[in-house]
Write a protein that binds this ligand. Structure first.
Ligand SMILES: NC(=O)c1ccc[n+]([C@@H]2O[C@H](COP(=O)([O-])OP(=O)(O)OC[C@H]3O[C@@H](n4cnc5c(N)ncnc54)[C@H](OP(=O)(O)O)[C@@H]3O)[C@@H](O)[C@H]2O)c1
Length: 208
């Protein structure tokens, strides 16, 4: 798929490398597409990753994954322009600052773009796990929510391409549940000192 990734930091860079390795075409959207940080990401897979302004990255993309901090999200939505029927993937968390008056980044993204195809996914674990989502050969879990079930399935497939297992939690009203998972991961990894090599796994008796 043609995937635009907005934000080239801890999450954006890893999503770019992972999806490019899985065969997707990545258009990075950056404020500084010629900068050193962005050039390093492109250099990891120049056949599949290219760098652009935010609007140019999104223009021909089927999916736009957004990995910025909530305080700049409104500005990013304005820079992206009309979402059309692109799927918007929200990997963000509001742990430290809420996006304006909205409780979650998913709600903000939906309100500020007018898109019904917002999917929240891949927010519940550390960036290192986005790069290496397998523990002892087993996939770790991400949970997603979306009002548009087809958009949700596409995003779930993209998470699986990275090596995750993806669980559908229902509509976008469940975004707060998914953000709570991220807060729990941070509490365990950092505040409780378990370190960043931890991840969530949901067990199913039918698969045991
Ligand atoms: N780090 C984690 O372990 C982790 C895990 C799960 C979820 N998350 C969530 O993912 C999101 C990104 O986190 P991160 O750790 O990847 O952050 P980060 O490393 O600080 O990267 C954020 C990126 O946002 C872009 N950016 C900043 N200001 C911008 C603006 N005004 N307009 C457009 N782009 C702007 C920058 O890319 P350019 O300089 O190229 O424009 C920057 O690299 C956050 O919401 C966070 O809560 C993070």
């Amino acid at each position: 798929m043609r995937i635009a990734i907005i934000g080239t930091g801890n999450i954006g860079g890893r999503l770019a490398r992972g999806w490019a390795a899985a065969g997707h075409t990545i258009r990075l959207g950056s404020r500084d597409p010629a900068g050193e940080k962005v050039r390093e990401i492109v250099a990891a897979n120049p056949d599949r990753i290219s760098a652009h302004s935010l609007a140019a990255a999104a223009e021909s993309a089927e999916v736009v994954a957004i990995a910025v901090h909530p305080p700049v999200l409104r500005e990013v939505c304005e820079a992206l322009g009309e979402p059309g029927d692109r799927i918007l993937i929200d990997t963000m968390n509001t742990m430290f600052r809420k996006p304006g008056e909205h409780a979650t980044t998913a709600a903000a993204l939906k309100a500020w773009t007018g898109s019904e195809r917002v999917v929240k996914i891949l927010n519940n674990t550390g960036a290192e796990n986005v790069e290496r989502p397998q523990y002892g050969g087993a996939p770790i879990d991400t949970f997603y929510c979306a009002d548009d079930s087809e958009a949700g399935r596409v995003a779930a497939g993209l998470a699986e391409d990275l090596g995750f297992r993806a669980w559908d939690t229902g509509g976008l009203e469940n975004a707060e549940l998914l953000e709570a998972f991220a807060a729990l991961w941070v509490t365990l990894a950092i505040k409780q000192g378990h370190g960043r090599d931890i991840a969530f796994k949901l067990l199913s008796r039918s698969e045991a």
